[in-house]
Design a binder for this molecule. Structure first.
Ligand SMILES: Cc1ncc(COP(=O)(O)O)c(C=O)c1O
Length: 430
């Protein structure tokens, strides 16, 4: 089908909330490793992977082989929690093995939003409390509770209920909400305490945050931020939920789950995107006692843990561990971050380079002193990169942060290609 025809059908039959990237949107039809191809045969280096969903590379051979074998033997495509399935059980074990000690109980769903819905409900049931603290600039999904948790006006609708959710300031160092100029005293962490004391009755169900904030523009808090917040949350009886939909699966280059770098053992971790490498898999892993608190009532998810999806997620865990992809994220992430810092020296529009592992952001500003967001420039840079055969992402409240989140297996030559193409795009922009 031609692009114009698809655009016409989208306009006629799909919600207007889903806006494609680029003035002339592209139709991606083929993919392998770090590369994708459009319907005209043009090749792109893909360093955004949908939206941070490709963890082990497009069409990974190990996953393809398993899938072919399952099709060849007419493996059941759909079954539910109500029957036994080796794939779901194996995946539960594999995720428990890579999760921090004490987190052993999984619940499988199809998306990050559903995973967060389940995590919040589990926390509310386990504590008997309602209030949840989330962060400004945070994003946790598009369903009811996650949208209430969301810290971006751009994603909220006038009719969005905000029941029992309050927001603390974001640990956004480049735009410190406390204007902290004399070294970081982490006022943002103390703000969680202040929010609990001033806007709740003094007990909370949970605190939820992304270790590195994805949609917010790869906002990377000081590592000790989460540790201090964890202490505060515990002192008010709350559970700590680490939303690792973007940051998990080794992307930040130290641990399978990013929160571990802060020395925090959360009560629940949610995941999606990278854990399925493009397959619609979402999951919660909880401490035993949190999951146990849900006992006595039914909860059902039709497609969560389906054989093909669960198989793909299991393979992702194996590939990340066996192919040393966490180490590669660290090495390639450091390499790319240095290269982006070099670009920053040449291009004043790059106000900040930040991130960990292969979760790297470049915040574009019109002026380094005023830090006025350069949203049009970010949009133009995306167009220019597309012309260079490079797919990048963008985020941030003002849409002025370029997001780079390639496959965790990106090679040195692919990283060099990324830098060359990005540099050429910045040159054209300036
Ligand atoms: C951190 C985070 N949590 C949750 C979600 C929601 O995931 P999904 O779109 O799969 O519902 C997203 C999606 O971007 C996300 O970035």
């Amino acid at each position: 089908m031609e692009n114009e025809e698809i655009m016409g059908l989208r306009k006629a039959h799909l919600y207007p909330t889903k806006i494609p990237y680029y003035k002339d949107p592209i139709q991606l039809v083929r993919a392998s490793g770090s590369y994708v191809w459009d319907n005209q045969g043009k090749q792109y280096l893909d360093v955004i992977g949908g939206i941070v969903s490709i963890s082990v590379g497009h069409n990974h051979p190990q996953i393809k082989e398993k899938m072919k074998a399952m099709i060849a033997e007419d493996a059941i495509q759909h079954t539910t929690f109500l029957y036994l399935s080796q794939y779901m059980a194996e995946l539960g074990k594999k995720i428990s093995d890579v999760a921090p000690d004490g987190l052993n109980k999984c619940y499988f769903v199809n998306s990050g939003s559903e995973a967060n819905e389940m995590a919040i409900m589990s926390a509310r049931v386990a504590t008997g409390e309602q209030m949840v603290v989330s962060l400004r600039h945070g994003y946790h999904g598009g369903t009811n509770v996650p949208l209430a948790l969301c810290g971006h006006g751009t994603w909220k609708y006038p009719a969005q209920p905000q029941a029992s959710v309050v927001h603390a300031m974001a640990p956004y160092c480049y735009r410190c909400p406390f204007n902290s100029k004399n070294g970081c005293h982490m006022e943002c962490a103390e703000d969680v305490k202040n929010v609990i004391e001033t806007t709740t009755h003094g007990k909370i169900a949970a605190f939820i945050a992304e270790p590195v904030m994805g949609v917010g523009g790869f906002i990377d808090p000081p590592v000790q931020y989460h540790k201090r917040v964890h202490e505060i949350v515990k002192s008010y009886g709350g559970l700590y939920i680490s939303d690792e939909v973007q940051a998990g699966v080794g992307r930040t280059g130290k641990h399978f789950f990013a929160i571990e770098e802060s020395g925090v053992t959360p009560d629940l971790i949610t995941m999606a995107k990278g854990i399925g490498n493009g397959a619609p898999v979402g999951a919660v892993i909880a401490k035993d006692e949190v999951a146990e608190a849900m006992k006595g009532k039914l909860h059902f998810n039709t497609f969560g843990g389906d054989p093909y999806q669960a198989m793909q997620a299991s393979e992702v865990v194996d590939i990340v561990l066996n192919d040393n992809l966490i180490e590669n994220s660290k090495v390639m992430g450091n390499y790319l971050k240095e290269a982006f810092k070099d670009l920053q020296k040449d291009f004043p529009v790059i106000g900040d380079v930040r991130g960990r592992g292969l979760m790297l952001g470049l915040e574009l500003v019109k002026d380094r002193k005023t830090k006025e967001p350069a949203a049009n420039e970010a949009a133009l840079l995306m167009e220019l990169s597309k012309g260079e055969g490079l797919l990048i992402g963008k985020g941030g409240l003002y849409g002025n942060v370029i997001r780079i989140a390639p496959s965790l297996g990106i090679s040195r030559s692919e990283a060099d290609e990324l830098v060359t193409k990005l540099k050429a795009s910045f040159q054209k922009l300036s």
